[in-house]
Design a protein around this ligand. Structure first.
Ligand SMILES: [Cu+2]
Length: 91
């Protein structure tokens, strides 16, 4: 019974946690590309942290608690910067 209660608590509270969004970006080749994208996303009030991995071409966006960024917004910003979104994954 206790286990179920704890599980229910975890499930209902998970919505308030920060989100970890992994965006695979094509066309990103050097640190200048990475910096440009980092700058763009850092301006969003929802963003707590952003990391760009040039080897895997993955942009990791951590949002603040209770905040999220719509996929359409992510695509818009990446496209504006001159790159393409290959995939978006959320954890
Ligand atoms: Cu570049």
């Amino acid at each position: 019974m206790k286990k179920i209660l704890i599980l229910a608590l975890i499930l209902t509270s998970s919505a308030t946690f920060a989100k970890d969004i992994s965006v695979k970006v094509s066309g990103m080749v050097c640190s200048m590309c990475a910096q440009g994208i980092q700058k763009k996303f850092s301006k969003l009030p929802e963003v707590k942290d952003i990391k760009v991995d040039l080897d895997t071409k993955v942009v990791s966006i951590i949002t603040k608690d209770n905040q999220d960024i719509q996929d359409s917004k992510i695509k818009e910003l990446i496209t504006e910067a001159g790159y393409n979104v290959a995939s978006i994954e959320r954890k």
